[in-house]
Design a protein around this ligand. Structure first.
Ligand code: NAD
Length: 362
C-alpha cells in the first residue's frame, strides 16, 4: 500500500537537508520495495511569509492524514521580532501539540570514524557510545498549570508547575520499555525522586509498568547524577527514560558527546510504533542561518531521521539498517561535511554527501 509522507522543509538549511533525505528515501524505497509518495507543505518562517501563520490549517490537515511527517528545520533571525505566536518555532510547538506527539526519541551514537570529534577523553570514547534518550514531550513544567507571575507581599513571584498524571507517565514508560526490549534490554529511568513529588509518582508508575516488561533490566538514577555519568561513563546507558524538563537538558548534553549536531536524528511519536498517528521525524539541529544556501550543511542527521521514519513509521527495518550502513560507509571512506572536517581536511558539500549515501545504499 502506498505510504503518504508529508515533507515540511521549513527554513534555512531545512530545505537543503530535506532534499537529501528525500533522495535517500526514494533510493531506499527502490531498493527495498517500499511504495512512498511525498507531498510538500509550508511550516515555520516560510509559512509565515506565504500565509501569515507558521502552521497554516492546510499544513495541519495534511499532517493529520499522513503516514509520516518529515521536518527539516524552522526559524531564523528574520522572524526574531515578530509576535511570539507567529514565530516559526511556535508553528512547530503547535504541530507537536495538535498531533499529540508526546514521545521524543533521540538516539545518540558515536561513529568510530568520528571518535576524534567527541568532547570526551579518548579512553572514555573507546568504551563506545550508543544510547537512546526517550523524553516525555507534552507535559511537565512546560505545560503544567497554574503557571504565571504575581506580586505577593510586595515581591514579584513567578511560578511553574511540575505536574504529571499517572497515565502520562505510563504511556511514555511503555515507549521506553518497548524501545529497550528491542535494544540491549536496559532502561534507566531518570528523576529527582529524593526531592520532587512528581518524580516520586514517576518512579512508582515506571516500577508498575516494568511488570509488563520483565525481560528489561530497570534502574533509577537522579538527574544530577545522570548528567555526571553521561560524561564519565556513557557506555553504561542503553535507554534513558525521563520527563520533559530533564530530557530537554540531558538529550542536548548527550548530543554534544557525539561530536556534531549535524549527525543526530529524532522522532516524535503519539504512541508505540505502528499504533499511533503519524510521527514527526527530524534532525535535532536548527535552521543554521549562518550556513544556509551555501551547500555546507551536513545532511546526515536528516538522512538518519529518514532511517528512523523507514523503521518506525513504515516498518521497513531492513531499509532503515541499509541507510545507516550507507552513512557509515560514506564516513568510513573518508567523506566529511564541513562540520566534521579537521582543519585542512577536504570537505564534501550537502548535495554530494546525499548522493554518496544514496549510491552506497544502491
Ligand atoms: P542551529 O542548530 O541552527 O545551529 C547551531 C550551530 O550548528 C550553527 O553554527 C550551525 O551552523 C551549526 N549546524 C547546525 N546544523 C548543522 C548541520 N546540519 N550541518 C552543519 N552545521 C550545522 O541552532 P541555532 O543557531 O541556535 O538556531 C538557529 C535557528 O534554528 C533559531 O531560529 C532556532 O530557534 C531554530 N531551531 C529550530 C529547531 C527545529 O526546527 N527543530 C531546533 C533548534 C533551533
Amino acid at each position: 500500500m502506498k505510504k503518504h509522507i508529508v515533507l515540511l522543509p521549513g527554513d534555512g538549511i531545512g530545505p537543503e537537508v530535506t532534499g537529501e533525505a528525500v533522495k535517500v528515501l526514494r533510493m531506499a524505497a527502490r531498493c527495498y520495495g517500499g511504495d512512498i509518495e511525498f507531498q510538500e507543505a509550508l511550516v515555520g518562517g516560510a509559512a509565515y511569509e506565504a500565509a501569515g501563520d507558521p502552521l497554516p490549517e492546510e499544513t495541519l490537515d495534511l499532517c493529520r492524514e499522513a503516514d509520516a511527517i518529515f521536518l527539516g528545520a524552522v526559524g531564523g533571525p528574520k522572524w526574531a521580532s515578530i509576535p511570539a505566536d507567529k514565530r516559526p518555532e511556535a508553528g512547530l510547538l503547535r504541530l507537536r501539540k495538535e498531533l499529540g506527539l508526546y514521545a521524543n526519541l533521540r538516539p545518540v551514537r558515536l561513529f568510530p570514524e568520528l571518535a576524534g570529534l567527541s568532547c570526551l577523553r579518548p579512553d572514555i570514547v573507546a568504551q563506545g557510545l550508543d544510547l537512546l534518550v526517550v523524553r516525555e514531550l507534552t507535559g511537565d513544567v512546560y505545560f503544567g498549570q497554574p503557571a504565571g507571575e504575581e506580586v505577593r507581599d510586595g515581591l514579584r513571584h513567578a511560578f511553574n508547575n511540575m505536574i504529571y498524571n499517572e497515565e502520562e507517565i505510563r504511556r511514555i514508560a511503555r515507549i521506553g520499555f518497548d524501545a529497550a526490549r528491542q535494544r540491549k534490554k536496559r532502561l534507566c529511568s531518570v528523576d529527582k525522586a529524593n526531592v520532587l513529588a512528581s518524580s516520586r509518582l514517576w518512579r512508582e508508575v515506571v516500577e508498575e509498568t516494568h511488570r509488563d516488561y520483565p525481560e528489561v533490566e530497570l534502574s533509577h538514577m537522579y538527574v544530577d547524577n545522570c548528567a555526571m555519568q553521561l560524561v564519565l561513563r556513557p557506555d553504561q546507558f542503553d535507554v534513558i527514560l525521563t520527563g520533559n524538563l530533564f530530557g530537554d537538558i540531558l538529550s542536548d548534553e548527550a548530543a554534544a558527546l557525539a561530536g556534531s549536531l549535524g549527525l543526530l536524528p529524532s522522532a516524535s511519536l503519539s504512541g508505540l510504533a505502528g499504533t499511533g498517528g503519524a510521527g514527526l521525524y527530524e534532525p535535532i539541529h536548527g535552521s543554521a542561518p549562518d550556513i544556509a544556501g551555501q551547500d555546507r550543511a551536513n545532511p546526515l542527521a536528516a538522512i538518519l531521521a529518514a532511517a528512523m521514519l523507514l523503521d518506525l513509521a513504515l516498518g521497513l527495518k531492513e531499509a532503515a539498517k541499509g541507510v545507516e550502513e550507507a552513512v557509515r560507509l560514506t564516513l568510513r571512506e573518508g567523506y566529511r561535511s564541513a562540520d566534521l572536517a579537521r582543519p585542512g581536511e577536504k570537505t564534501t558539500g550537502c548535495s554530494r554527501m546525499g548522493d554518496l549515501v544514496a549510491d552506497r545504499l544502491e
